[in-house]
Design a protein around this ligand. Structure first.
Ligand SMILES: Nc1ncnc2c1ncn2[C@@H]1O[C@H](COP(=O)(O)OP(=O)(O)OP(=O)(O)O)[C@@H](O)[C@H]1O
Ligand SMILES: [Mg+2]
Length: 311
């Protein structure tokens, strides 16, 4: 979903490059839609009937990642009680998406390179090579060139996985897209039936357009979701925006509050402490406080504490 020239050009390019088996490296800041683009490339490709498998290279230890990618044979290591297929097998005939590829440890980079060159791989602890017919898509928020310079990424692997580089612009670079995407998400959220938004007030619209969106499309979606949760009625006004978007200073930390407190201040402090210990997670904070999520929402709004939650 987009209307900016950069994005429309990107969609055209995606259609063309999706047809081949060329490896594509998608680069973009957090929340710009890298995963969405990877899935779209698979759907647009001749492999669309085949499987799409994804792995986040940043979230697994090197050992687990190796077994996740290549699978293992029974007895390969303690706990390997039976053979297990890896993602290369599971993605056979389809697409494998390597997310956060810059985080791939160097020894796995070497193994991956071998797979891409020889089109075969050996499961962890195994001896028989298996054939691979997999198209590789990868994504990163880093400059891989800089990672190569810092010797954290192999240059030969870079050339293999970046036959076609796709750059996803940040939302701030996408002229006209804040508004187009805002309406896209409003339509989507309207369908959920909790609230039906028909228009934005001029002030709300201006605030959305003036914001610099460091969290990109994901942040925009979250801001609208927030507005749907806390506000009501067909007019989406500035009150429905997060304090940050309204240009208000962030709420005080519990330590700034006076020691002897009125009931309201004490409750506010309890809310803050619960949010602190739950790491900003609303559901957990509500549980800690023994209140429903809805009550917590109302109170957070009352005390203007929304920005403390993980929206
Ligand atoms: N053009 C778009 N139209 C509609 N929704 C979008 C668009 N781009 C991104 N999104 C939505 O924004 C959110 C973030 O997208 P995605 O997960 O693909 O980002 P990402 O670049 O992979 O982020 P990260 O680096 O943090 O993993 C998702 O909910 C996705 O559906
Ligand atoms: Mg992602």
């Amino acid at each position: 979903m987009a209307s900016s020239t950069v994005m429309l050009e990107l969609f055209e390019l995606m259609k063309r490059v999706a047809r081949t088996d060329a490896s594509i490296l998608i680069r973009g800041e957090t929340g710009t839609g890298k995963e969405l683009v990877a899935r779209a490339l698979h759907t647009l490709s001749p492999r669309s009937e085949g499987p799409f498998q994804a792995v986040n290279c940043a979230t697994l230890t090197p050992e687990l990642l190796a077994s996740e990618l290549f699978g293992h044979v029974r007895g390969a290591f303690t706990g390997a009680i039976r053979d297990r297929q890896g993602l290369f097998s599971l993605a056979h005939g389809g697409t494998l998406f390597l997310d956060e590829v810059a985080e791939l440890p160097l020894d796995l980079q070497a193994r991956l390179l071998r797979v891409l060159q020889e089109r075969t791989f050996v499961p962890v602890g195994g001896t028989d090579p298996k054939n691979v017919d997999v198209r590789i898509l990868a994504a990163t928020h880093r400059s891989l060139r800089r990672e190569v310079e810092a010797r954290r990424f192999r240059a030969d692997l870079l050339y293999r996985i970046r036959v076609v580089p796709l750059y996803l612009p940040s939302l701030a670079e996408r002229e006209g897209d804040v508004e187009a995407l805002a309406w896209h998400f409003v339509d989507e959220l309207n369908q959920q039936g909790f609230r039906h938004v028909e228009r934005f007030s001029a002030a709300a619209r201006n605030a959305l357009l003036a914001h610099d969106w460091p969290g990109n499309v994901r942040e925009l979606r979250n801001v609208l979701e927030y507005g749907f949760a806390v506000g009501q009625g067909p007019l989406f006004d500035v009150d429905d925006l997060t304090p940050e978007l309204r240009g208000e200073p962030p709420p005080q930390s519990p330590h700034d509050l006076p020691k002897v407190a009125s009931p309201g201040v004490a409750e506010r402090r309890r809310l803050l402490e619960a949010l602190d210990s739950s790491g900003g997670h609303r559901g957990k904070a509500a549980e800690l406080l023994g209140m429903s999520r809805t009550t917590l929402w109302r109170k957070l709004r009352e005390y203007r504490l929304h920005s403390h939650t993980d929206l």
